[in-house]
Design a binder for this molecule. Structure first.
Ligand code: ZN
Length: 312
């Protein structure tokens, strides 16, 4: 572990989700996709006095041609340069390859997601358990997925078709793997919904929450109406603690630039400062709206005052 991970406001996933169930809010996990957008996420969190998670997935790393080291360096540099003192975590979203997980942990990510959900239960348990052992030895949290979250754009994962999470399997899965957070499949999908209606199976979500003792993660929140997500956060007995938001951030960025399609990290980084600032402001505003409209995490940076420096 390097010294920059010892910054008192840098937490693991386990640490940053600690107060969510008890205090009734969720922490947003925002996919920056482009290195210069990391600052926008941090600034929005700072403005709202809210904990935030900055993340990128294996597919995004490939599609946007992002270097893991550069992404991490920008995260830690921005904290210092922008005077960021809200609780934050650096998370590797959906990843299938152990080598990418190793690289992220070496680059001081505080949390990783192993997505072995395309395997049968036994295989998913075996792969996840191995990652948990490796990550925990290095002081890093692990999010795992059970069931399959479908996708419309294949950016985050390549699973098609949805397989809802079974609450009884969830209990076994968490007991057997020791994962710190569980991504559940309860009706949301990755990517833009484009006419299809998102649907959340709240009964199932409640049953999963009752069966496991770790925070639950809702993926594919872009395009889901705010009141649906709020209901998933505020379920009796506790709801989801982490909500992943990716598509909406990039949509705001591209719109502000008048672009029709994604570019690479290098192409975006090469833009004039004035143009880049406009895009950064659009992303910051989108993050702020998510925090205030449904996550409810504004002001909750203060929950961490007594555990600063504890990491988890
Ligand atoms: Zn996801």
């Amino acid at each position: 572990m390097s010294t920059r991970m010892n910054m008192p406001n840098v937490f693991t996933l386990k640490g940053i989700l600690k107060h969510t169930s008890q205090k009734g809010y969720a922490v947003g996990a925002f996919s920056a996709r482009y290195t210069p957008m990391i600052r926008s996420i941090l600034r929005a969190g700072q403005r709202c006095a809210s904990p935030v998670i900055v993340q990128i997935s294996q597919k995004e790393i490939n599609k946007y041609q992002v270097a893991i080291d550069k992404f991490s360096d920008e995260f830690y540099t921005a904290i210092i340069e922008e005077g960021i003192d809200i609780p934050i975590a650096l998370h590797l979203d959906h990843t299938k390859d152990f080598a990418v997980i190793e690289r992220a942990i070496e680059a001081d990510f505080t949390s990783v997601m192993i997505d072995a959900s395309n395997n049968p239960l036994e295989g998913n348990i075996a792969i996840t358990r191995e990652v948990v052992r490796y990550a925990h030895d290095r002081g890093v949290s692990v999010e795992a997925e059970l069931g399959r979250i479908s996708t419309t754009d294949f950016i985050e994962t390549d699973s098609d078709g949805q397989l809802y999470t079974d609450p009884r399997e969830a209990k076994i899965f968490i007991e057997e793997t020791g994962a710190d957070a569980l991504a559940v499949s309860v009706g949301t999908a990755h990517g833009p919904y484009e006419g299809k209606q998102p649907n959340i199976d709240y009964r199932r979500l409640q049953a999963i929450k009752a069966a496991v003792n770790v925070p639950l993660v809702l993926h594919g929140a872009s395009g889901v109406p705010a009141d649906m997500i709020m209901r998933a956060i505020h379920l009796d007995g506790g709801g989801v603690s982490k909500v992943n938001i990716a598509t909406d951030l990039e949509a705001a960025l591209l719109k502000s630039l008048g672009y029709e399609a994604s570019v690479t990290d290098a192409q975006l980084s090469a833009l004039d400062n004035e143009i880049l600032n406009k895009a950064a402001e659009a992303v910051e505003e989108t993050v702020r709206q998510k925090i205030e409209r449904f996550l409810g995490s504004q002001g909750h940076a203060a929950d961490f005052d007594h555990i600063r420096g504890e990491r988890e």
